[in-house]
Ligand binder design. Structure first.
Ligand SMILES: [Fe+2]
Ligand SMILES: [Fe+2]
Length: 148
């Protein structure tokens, strides 16, 4: 997976975390069998922190829950695949990598892009979790399809 401008959303914290996601992905993709689980554990830990960070921002902004739900589903799959790899199913680990690349592309293009747009719109500071612009609860609903 190559890092590129296509992934940049203009929120420094988010972009940096996504760059690290790509690095973890590539480390796992290149891992030797004997090192695969250790790299997988590091990738899962980073993904937990990555998703927790976005979930915190969404909590403060009262963002629709579908984005968090997708984070939870992906983490469940990663943990389950990790368990199966530990039991000897190395193939499943490789299959996950094949699926994660298009998933990440799509997630950044849609849900993360909508979140980044809203963070910018409200002048939200990801470091302090403070917005510069007042907003009414539910304002973000239309950005994530929550009004459909
Ligand atoms: Fe993200
Ligand atoms: Fe996300």
């Amino acid at each position: 997976m190559d890092w590129g401008e296509r992934y940049e959303q203009g929120i420094a914290r988010m972009d940096e975390t996504h760059r690290e996601f790509v690095e973890h992905y590539n480390t796992l993709a290149a891992a030797e069998p004997g090192n695969f689980l250790a790299c997988f554990d590091a990738f899962i830990a980073h993904t937990e922190a990555h998703f927790d960070q976005e979930n915190r921002w969404m909590d403060v902004l009262d963002f629709p829950p579908c984005h968090r739900g997708e984070h939870d589903r992906v983490l469940d799959v990663m943990r389950e695949v990790r368990r199966r790899v530990e039991q000897g199913d190395a193939f499943l680990g490789r299959r996950l990598l094949e699926e994660l690349h298009p998933w990440f592309d799509h997630h950044v293009d849609t849900m993360d892009a909508a979140l980044a747009f809203y963070l910018k719109e409200t002048g939200f500071d990801p470091d302090t979790c403070m917005g510069k612009t007042a907003h009414a609860p539910g304002d973000a609903a239309h950005l994530a399809g929550g009004d459909r």
